[in-house]
Design a binder for this molecule. Structure first.
Ligand code: ADP
Ligand code: MG
Length: 230
């Protein structure tokens, strides 16, 4: 018990530190991007090419910081009761342009009247990280389907893709920070997803067959609608 408390305090300090570092880096980064944008508007030849590469790298830095900031922002917590169907439709809306660019069909089928109590933005982030991976694992004309249903006092969300799949060795280390098989991956997406889901007493499990596809199963405690507090 004692050790658990110390460990969670440590985690808290680490995430507060991460949040402040990320915040401090964000403003100079935004200003550098602004100046590069200005230079780009009348650059030519090699100069233009170098600036474009810098922009790509800066965007990547921003993306990594965004991933850190969102999970570690500890101060303002807005816990609310919300509908999983609504949230998943938002996830679809945000992820659809990416899915379409890869010619992947993204489908949501969620029962109405499924409610959970949590910080909505964080759950959206966790779902986005899982769904983005499913799209990235898909090949041309792939299918990603998200289903949500109730089982007793739990809300189950099933995210299935028929993409490249994983070996059992890969499955075993999912969620390890910086583990990525992608050339441009951060290896942070699933670590963040696991943390967010575990923080509200949920679970995240993966099943996969190499070459066939992957299923992620998120199980969250359900809230009865009548307990909804507005
Ligand atoms: P990133 O996406 O930046 O690589 P993640 O933490 O999101 O980092 O994922 C870690 C790794 O897990 C990925 O690089 C990939 O190898 C594997 N992975 C995650 N989801 C899937 C999936 N749906 N299908 C196949 N591999 C996956
Ligand atoms: Mg990812």
């Amino acid at each position: 018990m004692q050790e658990q408390i110390i460990r969670s305090e440590k985690l808290n300090i680490t995430s507060q530190l991460a949040a402040s570092v990320a915040h401090e880096i964000r403003s100079p980064l935004t200003s550098i991007k602004g100046f590069i944008q200005l230079l780009l508007s009348n650059a030519e030849g090699k100069g233009k090419q170098y600036l474009e590469i810098s922009m790509v790298e800066l965007n990547r830095m921003e993306y990594i910081i965004h991933n850190f900031l969102n999970y570690s922002k500890p101060q303002i917590e807005t816990i609310e009761v919300f509908s999983i169907a609504e949230l998943l439709n938002q996830v679809k809306e945000s992820a659809d342009p990416f899915a379409q660019s890869k010619n992947v069909d993204l489908h949501v089928d969620a029962e109405d009247n499924l409610w959970i109590q949590a910080e909505q933005l964080k759950i959206k982030q966790a779902m986005m990280n899982i769904v983005k991976n499913a799209i990235e694992a898909s090949t041309d004309k792939g299918q990603v389907s998200i289903k949500a249903y109730r089982q007793l006092n739990k809300v189950c969300i099933n995210i299935h893709d028929n993409g490249v799949g994983m070996t059992s060795e890969q499955l075993a280390i999912l969620g390890t920070p910086f583990y990525s098989t992608k050339t441009n991956g951060t290896g942070l997406g699933l670590m963040v997803a696991f943390r967010i889901i575990q923080a509200i007493n949920g679970t995240l499990e993966f099943q996969s067959i190499e070459g066939k596809g992957t299923t992620a199963l998120v199980i969250l405690p359900a809230v009865d609608e009548y307990r909804r507090v507005d």
